[in-house]
Ligand binder design. Structure first.
Ligand code: ADP
Ligand code: MG
Length: 201
C-alpha cells in the first residue's frame, strides 16, 4: 500500500480569489499546514472544461440540487423547482459563467490526508456560514441568498476536491502527468519519518 503522504488533491483559486489578490494568502494556508505543492499553473478555463469538471461525478448535480433545495427551505422559501437535477443545472450554468470570467490558479497539493485537510482549511461551501479561521470564512461573505437573488453561483474563492476519488478524477483534467512533480521537502523527515534522529549536533 502506498504511504498516505502520497495523497493528492486538486485546488482551484477561482477568478474572485485571483481578483481579490489572495493567491499568496491561500497558498500560504495550505503550505504552512505541511502540504507540498506538486503542480501549479495559471489559466482561463473554457466553459467546456468547467462542464467536464463538474460532470466527472454523475451524482454531483443531484446532491448540489438537494443542498440548494434545503437552503431555500431553511430560509422559509419555496425553491424555484423541486427537481434537484433542474437546480443542479442552474448551479452548473452559474459556475460556467463564474469560472471562465478570468484567470484561475490550478494546483495539486500532496500530503497525508491531503483531500480532508485541504477541505478543512478551505471551509464550507457557503462563506456566510463557513467557520472563522477557514479561508472561505475569513476572506469572503457570499451566501446562497445573494447568489439565488442574483441568479449566479456562490463566490467562495476556491474549489477543492471533495473526496480522494474526486481528486483522482479531477487532477488529470487540469494537469498532464509530466506537470506533476515528485520531489522531497526537507520538512518531510519531521512530518513522516519514523526516525527523527540526527537533529542534535
Ligand atoms: P464545494 O465547492 O464546497 O465542493 P459543491 O461541489 O457543492 O461545493 O458546489 C460547487 C460550487 O458551486 C460551489 O463551490 C459554489 O461556487 C457553487 N454552488 C454550490 N451550491 C450552490 C447554490 N445553491 N447556488 C449557487 N451556487 C452554488
Ligand atoms: Mg464539490
Amino acid at each position: 500500500m502506498t504511504h498516505l503522504k502520497h495523497e493528492k488533491t486538486l485546488v482551484l483559486i477561482k477568478p474572485d480569489g485571483v481578483q481579490r489578490s489572495l493567491i499568496g494568502e491561500i497558498i500560504n494556508r495550505y503550505e504552512r499546514a505541511g502540504l507540498k505543492l506538486v503542480g501549479l499553473k495559471i489559466l482561463v478555463p473554457t466553459s467546456d472544461m468547467v462542464d467536464r469538471h463538474y460532470s466527472l461525478d454523475p451524482s454531483w448535480k443531484q446532491s448540489v440540487g438537494e443542498k440548494a433545495i434545503a437552503s431555500y427551505e431553511k430560509r422559509g422559501m419555496e425553491p424555484p423547482s423541486r427537481d434537484p437535477i433542474k437546480l443542479g443545472d442552474r448551479v452548473l450554468d452559474g459556475l460556467k459563467k463564474y469560472l471562465v470570467c478570468g484567470p484561475v490558479i490550478a494546483m495539486v497539493w500532496q500530503g497525508a490526508h491531503a483531500v480532508e485537510v485541504v477541505r478543512k482549511i478551505t471551509g464550507g461551501t457557503e462563506p456566510r456560514t463557513s467557520d472563522v479561521g477557514t479561508i472561505r470564512g475569513d476572506f469572503v461573505l457570499d451566501s446562497y441568498q445573494m447568489a439565488d437573488t442574483d441568479g449566479r453561483a456562490v463566490r467562495n474563492l476556491i474549489h477543492a476536491s471533495g473526496s480522494v476519488q474526486e481528486a483522482t478524477q479531477e487532477i488529470p483534467l487540469w494537469f498532464n502527468e509530466n506537470e506533476i512533480l515528485s520531489y522531497r521537502l526537507v520538512q518531510e523527515q519531521i512530518l513522516y519519518d519514523v526516525n527523527i534522529d540526527g537533529i542534535l549536533e
